[in-house]
Design a protein around this ligand. Structure first.
Ligand code: NDP
Ligand code: MG
Length: 385
């Protein structure tokens, strides 16, 4: 039974997914209440959100912003805390029923682990958690009462398609990709792309890091890895297909050849609401798709020659161990450097590839191994820039 209102912790509250999550929570006070909100560094945005949503606690990861947060929010009766450990403690509070992991990158790992160990349900936006440590997280989930509801639109689509179906009847998961802003560009032109080009996503409005990941198609590689751990399908049964309109959010193919898909506008409100509602539908979560307005829904094979990051999904899932953790760390460093104009677009792949070749392989990483692999890969990738 779903408790109402359900108490939600939104970590990464100031970001693209975080703010949309808070809008949904705000629109249904009968169903949801934001009890914890947390952010990385943007303290003024967090203060603004706390004034509007009145959580019990606001947490900022950057400890240098603690005093500013305290001065603004304590007079309102809102508790404040700062630092990574405080973030992990906040998601485990007794008054939290579900944690929305909307932080970006590796920073999602520790609070997600803490939430799973505390038995909290997870609305998982932070795909990097499953990229970095999918096997480890799957093991923790097997021993916890936590349930994971995917927020990523493709995984939400697959999750929706799987409702009422027997997984044994499913042959393949087909993950759609928009192809990003460089889908039709030549390799030469892609090599000269600037951050401003890469940030111009044709269909989706998202945070900067995932927008660059979409341009390199690293995002799709990450989503294949994410699907592997969410749904338990091996890599050879997960396929990416380019669908430039971003209307078909993903599909499943059955043994009898039938394909089932979920369609909608490119708007994260629907998958966020579906995760918050534990697979119950929220009327009006998203504007209806006027299907007759879409005369052309097209599909094509992705081009790994122009987008080599795509191949890293299979590399990571073949090698397992700490490989995807290393890929993720190198990617985070490379993307930040590209956004700062310090490296070119194709250097992103080169840096990941060299880092993966250099950092020692660990076959069965424990949590400390992920921490050290992440640190070593970041340091090495930084040395290449
Ligand atoms: P944004 O960059 O818009 O927001 C990231 C959020 O994470 C901000 O609130 C930021 O806080 C916070 N944050 C950053 N570093 C830390 C840290 N060390 N500790 C705590 N919080 C931190 O990202 P998005 O909303 O676009 O993406 C969030 C996640 O959702 C990503 O994993 C992404 O892959 C995934 N996702 C996003 C989609 C989208 O449409 N945006 C679609 C599908 C998945 P601050 O800004 O204050 O530093
Ligand atoms: Mg996605």
């Amino acid at each position: 039974m779903v408790k109402a209102p359900k108490n939600i912790a939104v970590i990464g509250a100031t970001g693209s997914i975080g703010t949309q999550t808070l809008e949904i929570i705000n629109s249904r006070p009968d169903l949801y209440k934001a009890t914890v909100i947390a952010a990385g560094r943007r303290v003024d945005d967090l203060i603004e959100l706390a004034r509007r949503h009145r959580p019990a606690v606001a947490v900022i990861a950057d400890v240098t912003k603690y005093n500013r947060l305290r001065e603004a929010l304590e007079p309102l009766g809102i508790s404040v805390a700062a630092g990574d450990d405080a973030l992990c403690e906040a998601v485990c509070r007794d008054d939290v029923d579900m944690v929305v992991t909307a932080t970006v990158g590796y920073s999602g790992l520790a609070p997600t682990i803490a939430a799973i160990k505390a038995g909290k349900d997870i609305a998982l936006a932070n795909k990097e958690t499953l990229v970095v440590a999918g096997e480890y997280i799957t093991g923790l989930l097997a021993e916890s009462k936590s349930r994971v509801y995917p927020v990523d639109s493709e995984h939400s689509a697959i999750y929706q398609c799987l409702q009422g179906e027997d997984k044994a009847d499913v042959r393949k998961l087909i993950i759609t990709a928009s192809g990003g802003p460089f889908r039709t560009w030549t390799a030469d032109r892609i090599a000269r792309a600037k951050a401003s080009d890469a940030l111009r996503h044709p269909n989706w409005s998202m945070g900067a890091k995932i927008t660059i990941d979409s341009a390199t198609m690293m995002n799709k590689a990450f989503e294949i890895i994410e699907a592997r751990w969410l749904f338990g399908f091996e890599a050879d049964r997960i396929e990416a297909v380019v669908h430039p309109q971003s209307i078909v959010h993903s599909m499943i193919e059955f043994n009898d050849g039938a394909i089932k898909a979920q369609l909608g506008l490119p708007d994260m409100k629907l998958p966020i609401a579906y995760a918050l509602g534990e697979s119950r539908r929220l009327a009006g979560a998203e504007k209806a798709l006027g299907i007759a307005d879409y005369a052309n829904l097209t599909f094509e094979r992705p081009d790994a020659d122009r987008f080599p990051c795509l191949t890293l999904a299979n590399v990571a899932l073949d090698r397992r161990g700490n490989s995807a953790c290393v890929i993720n760390a190198a990617n985070e460093i490379a993307v930040a450097a590209f956004l700062d104009g310090r490296i070119g677009f194709i250097d992103i792949y080169r840096i990941i590839d060299r880092t993966l070749d250099t950092i020692p392989y660990i076959a069965k990483p424990d949590y400390e191994d992920y921490v050290s692999s992440n640190n070593e890969a970041r340091a090495f990738a930084t040395s290449l820039i």
